[in-house]
Design a protein around this ligand. Structure first.
Ligand code: FAD
Ligand code: NA7
Length: 501
């Protein structure tokens, strides 16, 4: 029978989650319309189809991280006989941004083709509800409506700049702007100590810019404390200046065009005034639901803008779903949004009953010294299971390669004679449950290629791996990951877990 609705499925938001859901629904026979429209950033930056990850998230950030890593490779290269003259090493920001934006542009194009080949009707407009089955949008000046039996909200989130700080909204950029800045950022203050702040601060430092971080409390809230402190400590050794417990209280543009920032200590109220070329806020994100007119659909957002959903991603209205960064208590990660979208489409249109498992999702922080993790942090394991129930195994060491080349001096710091001994750059850590045969519930690794390494171990943790299985598995030599197969020292033992010699 013909449906009373225009289409079977309306997807609001063409990011990681929305795109995946739309294509999968179409593959399962649904008639699908997908809305995606990018509101300009606070500094007026806009981009194409594909959402945060492709345009202003994972993709550009990983390329810039890769650019940063080349600095250390060039240092190592000299010790390995390559005739790279330290004085001639220069970095050109504009070339990097062009490479990044060319790649992003090709992905935008690929996404458009992907929607077309899957027969998804892509509508480049902002959608808002007028009732629980219908949205309104304006295309080329004409206001239209579209209705569907099922609707998905996958609008993601956007960075938040605290309006209470005079000058911040006007002068500061966010991660929505950094990847397409056509002039080099120069001396930069990163505000916040989230992974986004530290990743951006990290690659800027490696590229040779002076970088300060205004850190209100702790680095990488939510991640394992020991690992987070080590990541920040290694950045400190790289030359990033952390203004601990300081928050900006005033940002002024001087006659020379610099940004003069007053930072205030959160406890003592002491002030520091410093001048920067760029100030980047990474002080959290807000789900982008404010313009959706949720009330017309019978929905309401939580104070943080997110939508509450059940285990099957259903909102309080049974035919309206929410996934990705705009859904409450979901890891804000691209692969999470993608899998949630695919599984949802298969449930709604393909007769599947498989729900997304949001537990044991691995993640990596692409700071200069990468950090990968899956499962419980030591702190979360302590509060969840109790101190007696957990055993933590640790080993801190330097990679063979870094040791061999005496990696001490970073090319971007050669000018000011900086000579840091990074010390042990790697940390391997397992959190195990004693009374469950030492099942491993937390895996943490700091070191090169942490993302790649952690991905493999995530599978083992998901399968219920125990410490004994780690011990039985023979390592690959010489690698950093082999350290996980020879972990002996526990936190409880009180012994040093730092490699000797
Ligand atoms: P989004 O990708 O944000 O897509 C939502 C889309 O909906 C946007 O295009 C938006 O413009 C559009 N939209 C909003 N409202 C409307 C409306 N009313 N009508 C039409 N369209 C609308 N994740 C990782 O897994 N790994 C990483 O390394 C990583 N790095 C990141 C680095 C940065 C700097 C940032 C900011 C994020 C990073 N993330 C990373 C997170 C990842 O980008 C997000 O989790 C992911 O993009 C969320 O997907 P989504 O579909 O929920 O939303
Ligand atoms: P997060 O992870 O929410 O982190 C925000 C960071 O910004 C954090 O370090 C905060 O410090 C800091 N912050 C927040 N407000 C302020 C103000 N007003 N002044 C100074 N510093 C501030 O945000 P992200 O956007 O990086 O990440 C978004 C999500 O991606 C995150 O939820 C993860 O799950 C993945 P605090 O620790 O609160 O003192």
């Amino acid at each position: 029978a013909p449906s009373q609705y225009d289409v079977d499925f309306i997807v609001i938001g063409g990011g990681s989650g929305g795109m995946a859901a739309a294509k999968e629904a179409a593959k399962n026979g649904a008639k699908v319309a997908l809305f995606d429209y990018v509101k300009p950033s606070t500094q007026g930056t806009q981009w194409g189809l594909g959402g945060t990850c492709v345009n202003v998230g994972c993709v550009p950030k990983k390329i810039m991280h890769y650019a940063g890593l080349q600095a250390i490779n060039m240092h190592d290269a000299q010790a390995l006989g390559w005739q790279v003259e330290a004085d001639s090493i220069k970095h050109d920001w504009t070339t990097l941004v062009e490479t990044v934006q060319n790649h992003v542009g090709s992905l935008n194009w690929g996404y458009k083709l992907g929607l077309r080949s899957n027969k998804v009707n892509y509508i480049n407009a902002t959608a808002a509800f007028i009732d629980a089955h219908t949205v309104t949008y304006t295309l080329k000046g004409v206001e239209k409506t579209l209705s569907a039996a099922n609707l998905l909200i996958a609008v993601g989130g956007r960075p938040v700049i605290p309006e209470s700080i005079p000058g911040a909204l006007e002068h500061a950029i966010t991660s929505d702007d950094i990847f397409s800045l056509y002039t080099s950022p120069g001396r930069t203050l990163c505000v916040g100590a989230s992974y986004i702040s530290l990743e951006c601060g990290g690659f800027l430092k490696e590229l040779g810019y002076e970088v300060d971080v205004a850190m209100r409390s702790i680095p990488l809230r939510g991640f394992d404390r020991q690992c987070s402190e080590k990541v920040a400590d290694l950045m400190d050794k790289l030359g990033v200046t952390f203004h601990k417990q300081y928050v900006p209280s005033l940002i002024k543009k001087t006659s020379s065009g610099d940004l003069e920032v007053t930072m205030t200590h959160t406890v003592t109220n002491e002030e520091i005034v410093k001048s920067y070329n760029t100030v980047m806020f990474a002080t959290g994100r807000r789900a982008d639901t404010d313009g959706l007119n949720l009330a017309a659909a019978g929905l309401s957002a939580l104070p943080n803008g997110k939508l509450a959903t059940d285990y099957a991603d259903v909102t309080s209205v049974s035919h309206i779903y929410a996934i990705g960064d705009c859904a409450q208590e979901r890891p804000e990660l691209t692969p999470v949004a993608v899998q949630a979208g695919q599984y949802l489409a298969r449930r709604v249109f393909g007769g599947s009953s498989k729900n997304m498992d949001y537990k044991m999702v691995a993640t990596a922080v692409f700071t200069p010294f990468e950090y990968g993790a899956v499962g419980y942090s030591e702190e979360d394991a302590l509060t969840t299971f109790g101190e007696d129930a957990i055993e933590v195994y640790l080993f801190e060491f330097t990679t063979l390669e870094a040791g061999a080349v005496h990696r001490k001096k970073h090319p971007s710091r050669i000018a000011d004679e900086y000579d840091a001994d990074f010390g042990d750059t790697c940390l391997a850590k397992l959190v195990c449950l004693k009374n469950e045969n030492e099942r491993v519930v937390g895996f943490h690794f700091i070191g090169p290629n942490a993302g790649e390494i952690t991905q493999g171990y995530a599978l083992a943790l998901k399968a219920g791996v125990t410490k004994a299985m780690f011990d039985d598995t023979v390592g690959i030599h010489p690698t950093d990951a082999e350290s996980f197969h020879a972990l002996e020292i526990t936190r409880r033992s009180g012994k040093s877990w730092v490699a000797e010699g």
